[in-house]
Design a protein around this ligand. Structure first.
Ligand SMILES: Nc1ncnc2c1ncn2[C@@H]1O[C@H](COP(=O)(O)OP(=O)(O)OP(=O)(O)O)[C@@H](O)[C@H]1O
Length: 337
């Protein structure tokens, strides 16, 4: 049986800034299988949302190259009419911020009902309402009939996020993209929402792309993890491998930034700096080079590629073989402190 749902090859998504195009997603290749959670992690600005929006066909003016094969159809360059038929039905997205994703002027029933109707115009009002109530029940919203007539501002943050999830799963999508689905929520609600997503994966056999800053969530939810830096995937591996044997300097830095790490206290835990702005990204050589200047130039590849260093474990650039966390003198000497 072929479990492959999504196959992305050499995807490059570029935005026009003034007179030029700059890639926010660069040479990304990955697969997502049915009944699998692929987590995508990386700092702010690394291109996670740009990748998610590329898959969903939501970038109106970006230039897209490469391919996004979803169940045998290449979505890159697909006519808007065709992608609209897929989006919201076969693939859907849980957005970061429930307040901006919901229409403040429509009731909950109208919003969920609209998505159901869009992909099934023959449905009767009665069946549509029954389906809305069933979905609200499914995402754990109590008093579903009453909530149907409420507006988004009348619900708590956790309840609004559940509505967003109800909308995303209304047509039983095979691929679900969740972009920071729990960032705005408190810890208890967060756990409930994650349970819900896990449930969807199992019950609907869905493939899930989970974008998050939270490595605790990754450890709990993901089957595989892709680490993005400056638009590129720098490491991709099964979740246990990634946590137990991280190889790329950036992955090692991300993991060391988790409190209570076991790494020795006399070493710097976190690599300084931030992802450069899109126009200033280094486009030649190893993009992480400037953040680890104590590592010899000669250890980087001129054209870093992803290498399969063990089955299903890919790392970009050979610098990982020579990487170590520096002591403070080395950082001072390198001018980074
Ligand atoms: N529509 C756009 N036009 C121009 N630049 C954009 C656009 N969308 C994103 N970018 C730029 O692309 C880069 C990647 O942004 P993206 O939002 O994908 O990062 P991210 O990893 O999702 O960050 P966050 O975790 O903060 O959401 C950033 O430099 C961002 O400024």
């Amino acid at each position: 049986m072929n479990d492959k749902l999504l196959e992305i090859r050499n995807l490059k998504t570029s935005f026009r800034i003034r007179d030029d195009y700059y890639a926010a997603v660069d040479d990304v290749s990955l697969n997502v299988n049915k009944n699998e959670v692929l987590a995508i992690v990386g700092e702010s600005g690394s291109g996670k949302s740009a990748l998610a929006f590329s898959i969903m066909g939501l970038h109106n003016r970006a230039k897209m190259e490469g391919s996004i094969n979803f169940k045998g159809t290449n979505l890159v360059g697909l006519a808007p009419g065709k992608i609209n038929k897929i989006r919201g039905k076969e693939m859907s997205m849980i957005f970061q911020d429930p307040l901006t994703a919901l229409n403040p002027l429509m009731t909950i029933e109208e919003q969920i009902g609209e998505v159901i109707y869009l992909h099934n115009k023959a449905i009767s009002n009665r069946d549509k309402k029954a389906k809305v109530i069933e979905l609200l029940d499914q995402v754990g919203i109590p008093h579903a009939k009453y909530v149907c007539d409420q507006y988004p501002h009348e619900l708590s943050g956790g309840m609004r996020q559940r509505v967003i999830i109800a909308i995303a799963i209304a047509n039983s999508p095979e691929l679900l993209i969740a972009d920071e689905p729990t960032t705005a929520l408190d810890v208890t609600i967060q756990a409930q929402i994650l349970d819900l997503i896990r449930d969807l994966k199992q019950k609907m056999d869905a493939g899930i792309i989970l974008i998050t800053h939270d490595l605790g969530v990754v450890a709990e939810m993901a089957d595989r993890v892709a680490v993005m830096y400056a638009g590129e995937i720098v490491e991709i591996a099964e979740v246990n491998t990634l946590f137990e044997q991280p190889r790329h300097p950036y992955t090692r830095s991300l993991l060391n930034s988790v409190p209570n790490s076991d790494e020795k206290q006399d070493k710097l835990h976190v690599i300084q700096g931030i992802v450069p702005a899109l126009q200033n990204l280094p486009r030649e050589g190893c993009r992480f080079k400037t953040r680890i200047p104590w590592i010899a130039e000669s250890t980087h590849e001129d054209h870093p590629e992803l290498h399969e260093i063990a089955p299903n474990h890919f790392v970009r650039c050979s610098c990982y073989e020579h990487f170590y966390f520096p002591d403070e003198t080395e950082v001072e000497n390198s001018g980074l402190s």
